[in-house]
Design a protein around this ligand. Structure first.
Ligand SMILES: O=C(O)CCC(=O)C(=O)O
Length: 258
């Protein structure tokens, strides 16, 4: 598949790239089925997969049909060794695109399956992936691939990007909050909604401002985010260092990949 020079330039200029048909319908089906097995607890318990219930459901303010439909996200599936999600993180079609954007040597730092369940799926406020939870130096070598497992629309709370905002670099909490306040007031111009069929993907820079709305529909909007860093970055987070997943290329002494 690969990407063209124009697409690479667009990514560097706007901070994101949208690619359809990254997965075949059969590949989407395999991932959906696995996500459901994990959410329903049908696989042997994997204590390294973290689950988060929608906050309003947790507080008893909203009701979901069942546990699966109450989940906001599941995190660390590939990193916990789930073979379906780990294979996706290493999928040649995705790795090839990330390599074109960041170079040949890649490590998976984090992975998260955003469930955005029907009706109770909550808003994800405007944020930057970096530095929220990614401890690397230099900080800019982080790219996320967000793959749609369901149709992703305005109505079911698709992701939205603010083009070019990655060029602002890391923002303060107050600056991010002011973008969120403008978005909620309907005064943020230029947002690009990530409207995708199942199997399409958005690739985004670690500093781009992005958000997603509540899910107003009766349909789920699942998206699987794999967050890649360059293998030569230094890990600057708490010790002991977690296990990351080597994806491609070389490893480097003293780096996250060592
Ligand atoms: O799927 C969502 O609603 C949020 C995803 C996100 O923030 C990310 O992939 O970085």
């Amino acid at each position: 598949m690969g990407v063209t020079r124009a697409q690479i330039e667009q990514f560097h200029e706007q901070g994101f790239l949208i690619v359809e048909n990254v997965l075949t319908p059969d590949e989407v089906e395999v991932m959906r089925a696995r996500a459901e097995e994990i959410a329903r607890g049908e696989l042997p318990e994997n204590s390294r997969i973290r689950r988060q219930v929608e906050p309003a459901v947790e507080r008893g303010e909203q009701a979901a049909d069942d546990y699966e439909a109450s989940l906001r996200k599941m995190a660390g599936l590939a990193l916990a060794g789930d073979e379906v999600f780990a294979a996706h993180a290493r999928r040649p079609r995705i790795v090839e695109i990330i390599q074109a954007l960041m170079g040949p040597d890649l490590t998976l730092y984090q992975d998260q399956l955003f469930m955005k369940p029907p009706r109770v799926g909550s808003r994800q406020p405007y944020h930057q992936d970096q530095p929220a939870g990614f401890h690397i130096d230099p900080p800019e070598h982080l790219t996320t691939c967000w793959t749609a497992l369901d149709e992703s629309t305005e109505e079911n709370g698709c992701l939205r990007y603010l083009p070019g905002s990655h060029k602002l670099g890391p923002l303060t909490k107050e600056q991010r909050a002011s973008y969120e306040a403008r978005a909620l007031a309907g005064k943020l111009e230029g947002e690009v909604p990530l409207i995708l069929p199942p199997g399409g993907a958005g690739f985004h820079h670690g500093w781009i401002l992005h958000a997603s709305n509540v899910n107003l529909s009766n349909r789920r909007r699942r998206g699987y985010a794999t967050h890649y860093v360059r293998s030569d970055v230094r890990y600057t987070g708490p010790e002991p260092k977690r296990q990351f997943l080597r994806v491609s290329g070389q490893t480097f002494p003293g780096s996250i990949s060592a």
